[in-house]
Ligand binder design. Structure first.
Ligand SMILES: Nc1ncnc2c1ncn2[C@@H]1O[C@H](COP(=O)(O)OP(=O)(O)O)[C@@H](O)[C@H]1O
Ligand SMILES: [Mg+2]
Length: 156
């Protein structure tokens, strides 16, 4: 397991971090769990990653719809928000995702606390904490060889 921590003092810093991360995952994809309180900056980060990889559709929070998907870039982006799902719902939605996700893709899961270990072992965990005003701390942890390597490369 590898770890990388970055304080983003402004939304512009978060954008730069997202662009760097996007470069590392845009070809082979990645499964990403996001943690952090409401308003921390989970969706903001997903939006910047999506823009960086060339998603042209408007990226919005999936809080009410549970899953948004975007197909305008090289690989698909799936963006979950599990906050409103019941236990059974989580199982169903991840089964469905597995069925249509044979190829490379980027999957973001907000409120991964509710995912009940339905997520793959190889994944990146991003924890977002509110520092003050426009300052946020993003902490990345990579699980599995490939994801660990991606997190290591964020240092460079
Ligand atoms: N450095 C920063 N990084 C990310 N978001 C920031 C930053 N500074 C201010 N913000 C603002 O904080 C809010 C984060 O909201 P959002 O990403 O929807 O949170 P979450 O998805 O974690 O509930 C946005 O309005 C965003 O513009
Ligand atoms: Mg959100």
């Amino acid at each position: 397991m590898t770890k990388y921590e970055k304080v983003c003092k402004t939304l512009e810093d978060t954008k730069k971090l997202a662009q760097k991360f996007a470069k590392l995952i845009e070809n082979d994809g990645c499964f990403i769990n996001l943690y952090g309180e409401i308003g921390a900056g989970k969706t903001a980060f997903v939006k910047e990653v999506a823009a960086s990889i060339g998603i042209t559709e408007k990226v919005t929070s999936p809080s009410f719809v549970i899953l948004n998907e975007y197909h305008s870039a090289k690989i698909p982006v799936y963006h979950f928000d599990l906050y409103r799902l019941e236990n059974e719902g989580v199982k169903t939605i991840f089964e469905e995702l597995r069925e249509y996700s044979e190829g490379k893709q980027i999957t973001f899961v907000e409120w991964a606390e509710f995912s009940q270990n339905q997520v793959p072992f190889n994944h990146i965990k991003i924890n977002v904490t509110y520092e003050d005003d426009d300052s946020r701390k993003y902490t990345f942890e990579g699980f599995g060889d490939e994801c660990s390597k991606i997190v290591e490369e964020l240092e460079n």
